[in-house]
Design a protein around this ligand. Structure first.
Ligand SMILES: [Zn+2]
Length: 48
């Protein structure tokens, strides 16, 4: 078995689906649920 250890697992933006390979992605918690959002979608979250 090839065990591949990733120190930083690839995250996917919950809003636009981009991956952390392409765009920095942040984790946040909303209503008790942990979600990921990329820096492009973050402003939309902030401004509602
Ligand atoms: Zn996004």
């Amino acid at each position: 078995m090839a065990s591949e250890k990733k120190e930083a697992p690839e995250l996917v933006c919950a809003h636009c689906g981009t991956s952390s390979e392409l765009t920095p992605i942040l984790k946040y918690v909303h209503q008790g649920e942990e979600k990921n959002v990329c820096v492009h979608c973050l402003p939309m979250l902030i401004h509602g």
